[in-house]
Every structure is written in structure tokens, then in C-alpha cells.
Design a protein around this ligand. Structure first.
Ligand code: FO1
Length: 316
């Protein structure tokens, strides 16, 4: 079975581990969000690609959900001694090696998709990991702190400001001129099922869908999505701040309707949101109700299995 997953970072990576457990023989292609990417100290950092790669490759800092396990921070501390670069984005020594290798290869002219393939040769994540595009796309957030409006990089809004300053607008800068990376449209077209894990529907899945051609490709497929919102709150992260920015209520019904029947065919919601199953806002979308907390691998595999079962039901 060929499965293609549009993935952000932490939530997607945990879901992917469950998907691998639920469908060990499946060929899984992950189309990763690159809108979180940022250049720091002259190095290109790709948080969502790295989180998928490290999580499935066994190198992730499990409690954080990002960065490497067993980290040390000598470089960070030395940089701080020079007052060089932002102190609000913590990069560990091991993580720096990834960004150095990536930046070297990018500077040698290799596209991000080829670079990601090289990095994955070390990590062997067990999935094909493709960036959504080889063209540079960055999520920027328009804020107004009282002294006028300005755009900040998503990471500064997310990490330094904890998304506490309201986002007036969230843009995927560069998306309009970008092309899907090689293999992305084929991975979607050739898939038996396309899945949206419980990633941020705005700055992760939404950003991937903003790359010209990807939304249309997904719309043509049997697609099942997993709600990242349970009981009116994001399971993790601050998707509520992002949803508010685009005028979408933070609820399983609203997010399902936001994706829409034209894009998704199935929508998994938690028991706490069982009323979604009969909500007219989700007409045309097949809703399934089940426990959605990915509390451990077995629970996550159950969720992944339910998504695959619903997709099979909808494809038949
Ligand atoms: N998230 C934080 O909240 N604080 C950090 O200092 C931080 C550093 C960091 C370094 C590398 C990396 O790959 C991810 C990192 N993240 C950090 C997570 C990052 O902000 C992710 O993009 C978000 O979690 C959204 O996916």
C-alpha cells in the first residue's frame, strides 16, 4: 500500500511512528513542511524535516519533540559569549552538525530534496521524506506591538513570543512562486491514500497546501485527516493562535470544515468532539469518533489504523 502524508513537525512525527506500526509493509512518503525553515548563523535550519527525520531515525529529544537527544550546548554558549545571533532559538551541538552538512550541500548547489535524501541516508527513517518544495518558502507573521505593524519570522513569533502577540496575518512568503519538489505530485497521485496527521492546520498542513499544485493533487485523492484539536484546544503547540489569525474557531468541527469536503473525505475526531459526527458543517465528510490522544505507540497505531480503515471504506 502506498501512503502519502503531509507532515509538520512534532505531532506528525509521533503519528508517523504509529502509522509505521499499523502498516509495516506500506510505502510511506512524507511531504514535509518547510515554512518553518530559518537561516541562523549562516546555517539553514529545517525544523519540521529534522523532527520527522530524527523521530523516525531514533535521534529525537523525546520530551521536547524537536532537536537531538543527548545534546550539549557548547556552541550555543560560545555564540552567546560573542552575543552572536538570537538567544531565543536553542541549537544543540549535535543539531548544528545537521545544519552544517545541509548548508554545505545547499551551497554546493544541491536542491533541498537531494540534501534531505543525503541526511536521511544516515537516519534511515523508514519513509521517503520530501520537502514540499526546493524553492525557499518561509512563514512570516504580521504583528502589531503598538509601535506599528511589522512582519516577523514564524519562529520568532512561535518561540520568542510564544504566539502571545496576535497575528494580524500569516503568510507563506514565496509559496506563490514555488514549485512542488520533485516527486511530490507523483507521490500524491500514486498514493492509495493521502493522510493529514494532527499537524497545525494553518502553518504546517496549510503551508504545504499553499504550494501551487499540491492542494489540487490532494483533492483528487481519497484523503483522511486527523483532528489536531480535541475538546476545543490544540493537543500540543499553539494552533489556536494560528486558527484565530485566519478566523477559524478552535474546534474539531471548524477545522474539519476549514479543510472542507472538497479536500478531505474523512475526518477523525476525539470522543470529546463526538457531536462533529452529525454537524451539518461537515456535510460530505465522513466523520469517525475515537480516542485521539497519542499517549503511546499502541494508541497512535490505533489512530493510524482507523484512518487507513476509513480510507479503505471510502475508496471502495
Ligand atoms: N522550539 C522552541 O520552542 N524553542 C526552541 O529553542 C527551539 C529550537 C529548535 C531548534 C531546532 C529545531 O529543529 C526546532 C526547534 N524548535 C524550538 C521547534 C521549532 O520551533 C518548530 O518549528 C516548532 O515546534 C513548530 O514545528
Amino acid at each position: 500500500m502506498r501512503i502519502t502524508v503531509l507532515a509538520g513537525g512534532v505531532g506528525a512525527s509521533r503519528f508517523l511512528r504509529g502509522l509505521q506500526a499499523a502498516a509495516p509493509d506500506a510505502e510511506i512518503t512524507v511531504v514535509g513542511n518547510t515554512g518553518d525553515d530559518i537561516t541562523l548563523h549562516g546555517l539553514r535550519v529545517c525544523p519540521d524535516l529534522d523532527t520527522v527525520m530524527y523521530t523516525l531515525g531514533g535521534g529525537i529529544n523525546e520530551s521536547q519533540g524537536w532537536g537531538r537527544t543527548g545534546e550539549t550546548f557548547s556552541i550555543r554558549d560560545e555564540l552567546a559569549a560573542y552575543a552572536a545571533g538570537p538567544d531565543w532559538f536553542t541549537l544543540g551541538d549535535r543539531d548544528f552538525a545537521t545544519h552544517i552538512v545541509r548548508t554545505q550541500l545547499l551551497n554546493d548547489g544541491h536542491p533541498l530534496s537531494a540534501v534531505t535524501e543525503v541526511l536521511c541516508q544516515r537516519w534511515q527513517p523508514g519513509v521517503r521524506l520530501l520537502p514540499m518544495s526546493d524553492d525557499q518558502i518561509e512563514t512570516h507573521v504580521l504583528i502589531d506591538e503598538g509601535d506599528g505593524r511589522r512582519y516577523v519570522h514564524f519562529q520568532e513569533w512561535w518561540v520568542r513570543m510564544h504566539a502571545a502577540v496576535p497575528a494580524q496575518t500569516i503568510v507563506a512568503a514565496g509559496a506563490g512562486e514555488a514549485r512542488p519538489a520533485p516527486g511530490v505530485l507523483e507521490a500524491i497521485a500514486d498514493a492509495d491514500v493521502v493522510l493529514f496527521p494532527p499537524s497545525n492546520p494553518v502553518v504546517s498542513v496549510g503551508t504545504i497546501l499553499a504550494v501551487p499544485g499540491i492542494r489540487e493533487a490532494v483533492a483528487a485523492k481519497t484523503t483522511v485527516a486527523v483532528s489536531p484539536i480535541i475538546g476545543g484546544a490544540p493537543v500540543r503547540g499553539m494552533a489556536d493562535a494560528c486558527l484565530t489569525a485566519i478566523g477559524v474557531e478552535t474546534s474539531a468541527v471548524a477545522v474539519g470544515a476549514h479543510y472542507g469536503a472538497g479536500l478531505i473525505n474523512g475526518w477523525l475526531v476525539d470522543d470529546q468532539d463526538k457531536e462533529a459526527a452529525t454537524d451539518p458543517a461537515l456535510a460530505g465528510i465522513e466523520v469517525r469518533v475515537l480516542p485521539l490522544y497519542m499517549r503511546d505507540l499502541a494508541a497512535t497505531a490505533e489512530i493510524a489504523r482507523a484512518a487507513l480503515d476509513l480510507a479503505a471504506e471510502l475508496s471502495s
